[in-house]
Design a binder for this molecule. Structure first.
Ligand code: SF4
Length: 91
């Protein structure tokens, strides 16, 4: 799942996601010392999001409004899908 820039797929009116914005958020999270998942868990979570019908443009979860690249980093984060946590298999 690649990182994108451009109009926000969620609100799309006047919002723009500048190049590097999501990468900066990821760097901030790492630098803040957040408890992060291992890389293989992160990649698997993103694969699951990529095939989820609630994921817009491989970027935003429409169940919670988050950037999936950011949420998937967090060890204590759970997938908010109402049918059940789709990340459960990779905890
Ligand atoms: S519902 Fe879960 S699997 Fe789907 S996009 Fe959101 S976090 Fe990812």
């Amino acid at each position: 799942m690649s990182l994108k820039s451009g109009p926000c797929p969620s609100c799309s009116k006047n919002s723009n996601i500048p190049p590097g914005y999501i990468e900066d958020l990821i760097r901030d999270k790492i630098n803040l010392g957040a408890d992060l998942v291992e890389e293989k868990v992160y990649e698997k979570r993103l694969q699951i999001c990529s095939s989820c019908d609630s994921c817009v443009n491989d970027m935003i979860c429409m169940k919670c409004g988050c950037f999936v690249h950011i949420r998937a980093l967090d060890k204590i984060a759970r997938c908010p899908h109402p049918d059940g946590d789709k990340w459960m298999s990779v905890l």
